[in-house]
Design a protein around this ligand. Structure first.
Ligand code: PXP
Length: 249
């Protein structure tokens, strides 16, 4: 089974541009659920540049699908997550100057903070996924610190400039998905996925969850959010159903 987490941060980005209450993030979450979102994904950044605490509270009260909360491994975020109890948390690296999450988490470099976050979240019964680059060492490190899942960073695959480069990045994702699964980690993936590049990744049988935001919210400007989610979901489910090798997609 594969699930689609719809990341609605960019709806908040539009709202924050004016500092108003419109467009309301919880309304976007409703529209995404109508289109078939299995999860709502929200990144509460330390600088609160898009999603606000109020958005998380409203979505967790008003929406019946699970929340995937993306966050940095800080005491503040861990406390919020332990209180809110989302379906799971995805720990991401955060740099204030970046436009979006630029690389995977360096688990070894941040081991103490990650272990402390996992311990507290586990005590609150919140499973933890780590957003990592698709490399063998990242997966071993994620396993060592006791993560429940990894979210494989698909950014390099999505940004590849040629078919050869894209296939090279895809093979790295494929190897990582298999290794993570063999280690007993659940496998998620996301970043930069769109209607053109999602199928191959969705066809990898180890992947249980894809988190997609920018492409869906951008497409929603033209066809509406519910239709944009439905379109992405149909592509993902079709890719998973087709019994061909993912590299042929
Ligand atoms: N997964 C993680 C961990 C992310 O940080 C992001 C971006 O917020 C996404 C998925 C979604 O990426 P995109 O908006 O490019 O689809």
């Amino acid at each position: 089974m594969i699930q689609l987490g719809v990341n609605i941060d960019h709806v908040a980005t539009v709202r924050q541009a004016r500092g108003t209450r419109f467009p309301e993030v919880v309304a976007a979450a409703h529209a995404a659920v109508l289109g078939g979102a299995d999860l709502i994904t929200m990144h509460l950044r330390e600088d609160r540049r898009h999603i606000q605490d109020r958005d998380l509270a409203l979505v967790s009260e008003g929406i019946h699908v699970p929340i995937n909360m993306e966050m940095a491994a800080t005491d503040e975020m861990v406390a919020i997550a332990c209180d809110l109890k989302p379906a799971h948390v995805c720990i991401v690296p955060e740099k204030r100057e970046e436009l979006t999450t630029e690389g995977g988490l360096d688990v070894r470099a941040h081991r103490d903070a990650v272990v402390a976050a996992i311990d507290k979240l586990r005590a609150a019964h919140v499973p933890v996924s780590l957003f990592v680059d698709p490399s063998e060492d990242s997966l071993l490190a994620a396993n060592e610190v006791g993560a429940d899942a990894v979210e494989l960073h698909t950014g390099r695959y999505a940004a590849a400039k040629s078919p050869t480069q894209q296939m090279h990045e895809f093979q790295a994702l494929r190897r990582a998905a298999i290794s993570a699964h063999e280690l007993g980690l659940r496998v998620h993936a996301g970043h930069g996925l769109d209607t053109f590049n999602v199928s191959r990744v969705a066809a990898l049988p180890e992947i249980e969850e894809l988190n997609i935001g920018f492409a869906i919210v951008g497409r929603a400007l033209f066809i509406g959010l519910t239709a944009a989610v439905r379109e992405m979901r149909d592509l993902i489910l079709r890719a998973r159903d087709i019994a061909v090798r993912p590299e042929d997609l």
